[in-house]
Ligand binder design. Structure first.
Ligand code: MG
Length: 246
């Protein structure tokens, strides 16, 4: 008993001393690392593309896009923006992407027409399969997981950050592609973070699979895929689209 008491007392005295010695030997430099060096990227002014971005649409031409139905992209360019040509089909990028940061600006028509899903509907299909909804939800109720900023039929936005119809709105997206095993099973699901007009609406949300209009979403194995813009029959416009591969 005496021995145990002695040991406890000795430990209580000695441990702080040992600890203090260890602290003295450690230097600030011990926890610094100098390699690798982050690449220098020059930020764009305002929402302009940073120096390492791929500019997908600069308001001048549709050179980076094709029709989803094949052939030339059918959206119409006017005043630095491109607008859906209803019933001509969506468009997609020529280039394919995996993980990325995306900036895109959209505008629903100033002339309000229709309601619920029928008002200013389009969509941004990340990797062609996963829809970030574009919809005029300014004083326009629809199902929550189908409104602007939702991952369509999967995840409602944290808030409704819509501007008035006819006003330009922004989405800033961070996309982590799903990864698959050899046998097609999911290694890691897709994840998305979205700022709508600089307000967080999706916070590292995990996707359940491809966007489905009817039925439950599920994954099907794929690699890099184009970015696509939906033709839902409404005159939705887009401008200033740039992407950074991660
Ligand atoms: Mg849509």
């Amino acid at each position: 008993m005496y021995l145990i008491k002695t040991l406890v007392v000795c430990s209580a005295i000695l441990l702080p001393v040992i600890h203090a010695n260890a602290q003295e030997k450690a230097k600030p430099e011990d926890t610094e690392f100098w390699e690798p060096v982050p690449v220098v990227v020059t930020p764009g002014a305002g929402t302009a593309a940073p120096s390492d971005a791929i500019v997908l649409f600069d308001g001048k031409n549709l050179n980076n896009w094709v029709s989803e139905k094949g052939g030339a992209a059918t959206f119409v360019i006017e005043d630095g923006a491109m607008t859906v040509t209803p019933k001509k089909g969506g468009i997609k990028t020529k280039e394919s992407f995996e993980d990325f940061q995306l900036h895109i600006e959209w505008r629903s028509p100033s002339v309000v027409k229709g309601e619920s899903q029928g008002r200013g509907n389009s969509g941004i299909f990340l990797q062609s399969y996963y829809e970030l909804q574009v919809l005029d939800n300014f004083n326009n109720r629809t199902y929550s997981n189908g409104q602007a900023g939702s991952i369509y039929k999967q995840a409602l936005p944290l808030v409704n950050a819509c501007k008035k119809p006819g006003e330009w709105q922004t989405y800033d997206v961070i996309w982590t592609a799903p990864r698959f095993n050899e046998d097609g099973s999911v290694k890691s699901p897709a994840r998305i973070t979205v700022l709508h007009n600089n307000i967080l609406v999706q916070n590292n949300t995990e996707l359940k699979g491809k966007t489905e209009y009817i039925g439950q979403p599920k994954y099907v194995k794929h690699g890099a895929m184009p970015l696509a813009l939906q033709d839902h029959g409404d005159l939705v416009s887009y401008r200033n689209i740039w992407i950074r591969k991660l």
